[in-house]
Design a protein around this ligand. Structure first.
Ligand SMILES: *[C@@H]1O[C@H](CO)[C@@H](O)[C@H](O)[C@H]1NC(C)=O
Length: 108
């Protein structure tokens, strides 16, 4: 009886460990042409231009993965951008926090 209890506890512990690992893992973004992905890629390039003084132009998302974290989502992006002469690939990490401030019926 005592050993049965121990076995159950160990199984629960290992299931929990697997679940939290799955929940925390990165998932691929299936449609990299999704408007939100383009928005994030463009944001990343614009923000980098602003911070560094570079003049890159976002072209497209090549690969992306995401995971939930905190209030929103985190994204790892591989994107292509043009420096005015050539297209190059860049990596960017972006966090997105969504926050609804108000929602209600609208009466005109
Ligand atoms: C993005 O995050 C990953 C994992 O934390 C890291 O390995 C990678 O270097 C980061 N990319 C950039 C451009 O800093």
């Amino acid at each position: 009886m005592k050993s049965f209890v121990v076995v159950v506890v160990v199984m629960l512990a290992s299931t929990a460990a697997v679940d939290s690992k799955v929940l925390r893992s990165w998932r691929p973004v299936k449609n990299v042409d999704d408007p939100l992905m383009k928005f994030l890629g463009n944001f990343a390039v614009k923000e980098d231009d602003r911070l560094t003084g570079m003049k890159l132009t976002f072209e497209k998302i090549v690969q992306a993965e995401y995971r939930s974290g905190g209030n929103g989502y985190k994204y790892h992006l591989i994107l292509s951008a043009n420096d005015g002469f050539t297209s190059n690939m860049y990596a960017a990490n972006v966090s997105v926090t969504w926050k609804l401030n108000a929602f209600g019926a609208f009466h005109a």
